[in-house]
Design a protein around this ligand. Structure first.
Ligand code: 2P0
Length: 333
C-alpha cells in the first residue's frame, strides 16, 4: 500500500529494434503491428503520485515546474482512466523528473508513462502485475507498454478479431534472447521536435504511399529479429534494425505534408556508421522520431564505438546497455 507520500516509480526508456509506427485504433492506442525493443539503463524517469483530495484538479510538476499545457492534459487524461478503473475520484499531485532530453526522439514518453502507470496504479489500488500494467501504460503512450519490462521486450499488437482488443495488446519480455547488445546515442539536438510522433504517425498512416509496404516488411522483420536475438546473431540484429528504422523514416518523409526528423547532422552520422562498417566495424544505426542517431553494437565494443563517434561527429555520445523494468521505489524522496 502506498504511504501518505503516495507511490514513487522509476522507469527507463526503450529503443525499438523493430519500430512501432502507426495505430489502428487511436482511442485504445492499438498499434498496426507488433514491435520489439530493448529497455535501456540510462535516462530514467522518476514519478511520484500522491492523492490530494483537497485539490479541484490534478497538479502536474515536471522537472520542478508546474505544467498547465499538453503534458498536464495527457497526465490528467491518463489518471481519469486509472480513477475510472479503480472506482475512485480523488485528484492527485504528480511530481515527475526526467533525465532524458524531452522531445528529442529518445523515448521520453515511454519512461514517463511507464513510471506514471506504475505509481498511479499503486496509489489508486489497481493491479501492478506487469502484463496488466503494460496494457495500462499503453493508454498513456504506446511505447510505454514496453518500458514496463527490462531487457528485450515484444509488444503484441493483438489481433483485430480478438473479442477484447484492449486485452490482446500488451508487452512481455522476450525470454530466449541472448545477446549483449549496447547502444551509443549520438545527441545531435535535444530541443523539442517540429511535429509530435503522435501526429507524424497519424499523418503517415493516412497519407504515405510507402506505409503499407513498410508495415508488411516490419512484420517479417519482427520474426527475423526474434530468431536473430535467440541465436545471438548481432550482424542480423543490426541489419534488420537499421533497415526497419530507415524504412520508417521514408514512410513519414513521403507523407502529406511530409515529416522530416532527419537533419544534415543525422545524415552525416548515418554516413559515418556506414563508413565504420566498410572498415570492418560492427555498428548499425537506428533512429526514432527525432534527429538523433543511435548506434547499435556489441557490449564489449561500445566504448570504442562511442569514442570513434565522438571524434567523427564532435557530439556527445552516451553508451546505454540493457536496463531494468519499471519498479516501485520507496527509497526516493
Ligand atoms: C518506437 N516511436 O517504436 C517508435 C519509433 C518513435 C519512433 O513509439 O502516440 O510516443 O504516444 O503512442 O509511443 C514514439 O511514439 O507514441 C514511438 P504514442 P509514442 O519506439
Amino acid at each position: 500500500m502506498p504511504g501518505s507520500d503516495g507511490s514513487f516509480a522509476v522507469a527507463h526508456p526503450n529503443i525499438a529494434l523493430v519500430k512501432y509506427w502507426g495505430k489502428r485504433d487511436e482511442d485504445l492506442v492499438l498499434p498496426c503491428a507488433d514491435s520489439l525493443s530493448m529497455t535501456l539503463d540510462v535516462f530514467p524517469t522518476t514519478t511520484q503520485v500522491r492523492l490530494a483530495d483537497c485539490l479541484a484538479h490534478d497538479v502536474v510538476i515536471v522537472d520542478g515546474a508546474v505544467d498547465r499545457g499538453e503534458t498536464a492534459r495527457r497526465v490528467t487524461g491518463f489518471l481519469d482512466l486509472v480513477r475510472e478503473r479503480a472506482g475512485r475520484t480523488e485528484r492527485a499531485m504528480v511530481v515527475t523528473r526526467n533525465t532524458v532530453p524531452v522531445g528529442a526522439g529518445l523515448a521520453s514518453s515511454a519512461s514517463a508513462f511507464a513510471a506514471l502507470a506504475l505509481a498511479a496504479a499503486s496509489t489508486y489500488g489497481l493491479s501492478v502485475e506487469p502484463v496488466e500494467l503494460s496494457r495500462l501504460a499503453r493508454h498513456g503512450s504506446g511505447s510505454a507498454a514496453r518500458s514496463v519490462f527490462g531487457g528485450f521486450v515484444i509488444w503484441h499488437a493483438g489481433g483485430p478479431d480478438h473479442p477484447d482488443p484492449d486485452l490482446a495488446s500488451y508487452a512481455e519480455p522476450l525470454v530466449n534472447a541472448r545477446l549483449d547488445l549496447a547502444l551509443v546515442a549520438v545527441l545531435l539536438d535535444t530541443g523539442p521536435k517540429p511535429v509530435s510522433s503522435r501526429e507524424a504517425m497519424r499523418r503517415t498512416v493516412k497519407t504515405s504511399p510507402l506505409f503499407p509496404g513498410w508495415l508488411a516488411a516490419a512484420r517479417g522483420d519482427l520474426t527475423a529479429m526474434r530468431e536473430a536475438l535467440t541465436r545471438g546473431d548481432i550482424a542480423t540484429v543490426g541489419e534488420i534494425a537499421e533497415r526497419n528504422a530507415l524504412g520508417m523514416h521514408q514512410t513519414m518523409e513521403s507523407a502529406v505534408p511530409p515529416v522530416h526528423y532527419r537533419t544534415p547532422a543525422s545524415y552525416r552520422v548515418l554516413e559515418e556508421v556506414r563508413r565504420m562498417r566498410a572498415c570492418g566495424a560492427q555498428a548499425w544505426a537506428t533512429m526514432d522520431a527525432g534527429p538523433n542517431v543511435k548506434v547499435l553494437c556489441a557490449g564489449d565494443n561500445a566504448e570504442r564505438v562511442a569514442r570513434e563517434l565522438r571524434q567523427l561527429s564532435g557530439c556527445v555520445a552516451v553508451v546505454a546497455r540493457s536496463g531494468p523494468g519499471a519498479t516501485l521505489d520507496r527509497a526516493v524522496r
